[in-house]
Design a protein around this ligand. Sequence first.
Ligand code: MN
Length: 316
Amino acid sequence: MEKIIDEILKKISTSEKIILSAHTNPDADAIGSCLAFALKIKSMGKTPIVALEQFDERFKILPGQEFVVHDNIEDIEGDLFISLDCATEARLGKAEIFIKKYFTINIDHHHGNTNFGNINYIIPDFSSTSEMVYNILKKTGINKDIASAIYAGIIGDTGGLRHPCTTIETMEAVTELFKLDIPFSKIYNSVMGEKSVAAHKLLGRAIEKSVFLHNGKVLYSGITKKDIEEFNGTYKDLDMIVSELISVRGVKIAFFIYEKEEGSFKVSFRAKDEYNVCAVANVFGGGGHIKAAGCTISLPFDEVIEKIKEEIDKLF
Ligand SMILES: [Mn+2]
């Protein structure tokens, strides 16, 4: 692994204009790892561009906002592309185009990453891409701003240092970040705690519509386009719902369905204990981690639920 890290740093040092991106609908880990890298690249006297179409309000507290571009990202020019926290080419959305145009460094912790880069630094089931970024950047020095972005990513993917993917090394990394006097409470409250009014209303709707199966071990719910429109929300307001479902006592598997495009449903899975929801997502061409996975199914709502139920039945 040390060799790959050296290769990545060498490639960055011989490039000038570096484009960074992550999976669409980026979460704290995707954004934290992009911003941390961008801040480092800037401090090396180079030009970073973070190409992310979507960017939730709660991440605006993080340093490095000045490098983020939301519009016409397909037109951005550079001489190196770094993909962060993204398992496949398609998950990059419009940023997929950079893989064909530029030398690509692919840094990720998802199972089933397709190794689409020229350099691939992949550690499946590592706590977060942001912790991987920490391990890369610590060799060259990390300042308070870089540390803040990395901290946001680590707490995002570990559920605030709570999920089993959290290791002693993760805690040691966070200790080092704390030594740089990062505003950890402020970051935590914004990244982990804050939600929009629409998200609040849609969470209520999802809870109201939720259905238990298998003696309370499975809990699912779904939100339609009509629900989203009723509360003036967007699909980004649905991010926190599946973790609310899995938090119910006795629930071992939770899944949440929403209509992203007409007739196409996005499914998010969460699991506890011995249950593997990545296997379920794989059946439908999706993927992720053992305890957090997702897929997209293009069938009518009721049929999506039936198909998933059939697969989940096999786990009991
Ligand atoms: Mn991640």
